[in-house]
Structure formats: structure tokens, C-alpha cells
Design a protein around this ligand. Structure first.
Ligand code: PGA
Length: 256
């Protein structure tokens, strides 16, 4: 049975550069124990966690048989070879990943990643059968100067590769100013941007309308219900609140 079900809300935890191995193990045990007690949670939600690549093998061992996907937080555009410090999509696949997050704003900002590079990385991910979670989103300056839609349109245009289809990409809209700040985009802004992205995907790809579009940026159990009711919101990419089993699962419980 495929556990990728695009009808369900994808509840994706991005653990970023957090947790010792022991902390990562106890976080995943906390998540599985909630899911064991309440299997109804799988009815509406599909679960994905993206730990440090150092911890992925340990986590996939703990998750053996549990329908929670594991993903990478980045991958190289190359498959192997002389690329010091990089992790390939093939390596992620080999240790049990199903997804990989690409073009997160922290990578775009701290590592000067361009959308063109994100597209190359997505091609590498697709070659391994991984689902690429491609992140887009505007900065506060861009929003305040009325450029949010242009910026996102361009990121989508350049980051989505020719190998993309409705099965192998997920788009995450994450306004940069909402990440880790406690500021959530207003329901109206989320609705407008998600509708805009859905239109762009429909134009770009056959079946584009069925691509999942996640919202990310200060998602918490207490705002997840309202956000999940917005058209074209197919899930969440969650940073801070995914580092605690109660709040991560609390988001799944709050789904409409
Ligand atoms: P946040 O991060 O939930 O801590 O705002 C979201 C993200 O960066 O994916």
C-alpha cells in the first residue's frame, strides 16, 4: 500500500540543525507513541519528518513499519563524487528517505542557493524517486514593496524542473518573514498566494492542480485548524513546533 496519499494533509516536520542523536530518538519515539494511541490521526494526515541527515538511519530504524515518512533537508545536484560536505539524493534514498526539502529560504539565504540550482537538485532527487518539497516565499521587503507575487512566480518558474509531475513534487509556500518569528501570514494572504500558486502549477504542468501546496511559517496547534480550512492548503511545513512531539501531533489533531 502506498502511504503517499495526496488527498490527506501532509504534516511535515523540518527539524533543521537541531537535536542530539538521543534527542532525535526520543522525539521520534514520542511521535510514534502518540500515533499508536490514536491511529485515527492517519485518517486526515500523512506524516513526514526531516531530521539531520546524520540521524536519518537511526530514525528509519526506529520507524520500521510505522507509516511516517522520513525526508532530507537538502541534497546535492550531483549523484556522487568530489563534493565535500554534500549529501546526495542517492544517499538519502539509500537510508530510507522518501522526500527531500529543497530551496528552503535558509538554504537560499545562507548558502546563496538560486532557483536554478534548486531545479538541478530536484532533478537529482527525481532520478532517485524522491519527492521534492520545493520551497518558495518572499521576504518582508518584497512583500511590503508589492513584489510578493512576482517573486514567487519567478521562484516557481525557475525552481520546478522538467522532470516534475503531480506525484514527485510538493510546493511549500513559506513567507520568509513568518519563519521562526511567531508571525503567521493572514488567512487572506495565505488564500491569495495559494490560489496564485495553484494557478501557476496548473499552467505549468499537466495535473498541476493536484499538486500539494504546503504553508509554512510559525504553524502551531492553535493556528493549524484555521489554516487547514483555506483553499489549496494541502499541509504544513513546520519548524519550531515540530521539535516537540505534543505540538507536532497537536497540529495533526487540529486539522479540519
Ligand atoms: P517555523 O519554520 O515553523 O519555525 O516558522 C518553518 C520552516 O522553516 O519550515
Amino acid at each position: 500500500m502506498s502511504i503517499v496519499d495526496r488527498q490527506k494533509t501532509l504534516v511535515a516536520g523540518n527539524w533543521k540543525m537541531n537535536n542530539s542523536l538521543n534527542e532525535a530518538r526520543s522525539l521520534v519515539s514520542g511521535i510514534t507513541s502518540h500515533l499508536e494511541k490514536d491511529p485515527e490521526l492517519y485518517k486526515n494526515a500523512e506524516f513526514l519528518i526531516c531530521p539531520s541527515p546524520l540521524h536519518v538511519s537511526n530514525i528509519t530504524e526506529i520507524l520500521d513499519g510505522v507509516p511516517v515518512h522520513v525526508g532530507g533537508q537538502d541534497c546535492s545536484f550531483e549523484n556522487n563524487g568530489a563534493h565535500t560536505g554534500d549529501v546526495s539524493a542517492e544517499m538519502l534514498k539509500d537510508v530510507g528517505c522518501r522526500y527531500v526539502v529543497l530551496g528552503h529560504s535558509e538554504r537560499r539565504q545562507e548558502h546563496s542557493e538560486s532557483s536554478v540550482l534548486v531545479a538541478q537538485k530536484s532533478i537529482a532527487a527525481h532520478a532517485q524517486g524522491l519527492i521534492a518539497v520545493i520551497c518558495v516565499g518572499e521576504t518582508l521587503d518584497e512583500r511590503e514593496s508589492g513584489k510578493a507575487f512576482d517573486v514567487v512566480a519567478r521562484q516557481l518558474q525557475e525552481s520546478i524542473p522538467s522532470t516534475a509531475n503531480a506525484e514527485n513534487i510538493v510546493i511549500a509556500y513559506e513567507p520568509v518573514w513568518a519563519i521562526g518569528t511567531g508571525k503567521v501570514a493572514s488567512p487572506d494572504d495565505v488564500e491569495k498566494m495559494h490560489a496564485f500558486i495553484a494557478d501557476a502549477l496548473k499552467e505549468k504542468l499537466d495535473n498541476g492542480l493536484t499538486i500539494r501546496i504546503l504553508y509554512g511559517g510559525s504553524v502551531k496547534p492553535d493556528n493549524a485548524n484555521a489554516l487547514s480550512k483555506i483553499d489549496h492548503v494541502g499541509g504544513f511545513l513546520i519548524g519550531g513546533a515540530s521539535l516537540n512531539a505534543d505540538s507536532y501531533i497537536g497540529i495533526a489533531r487540529a486539522l479540519a
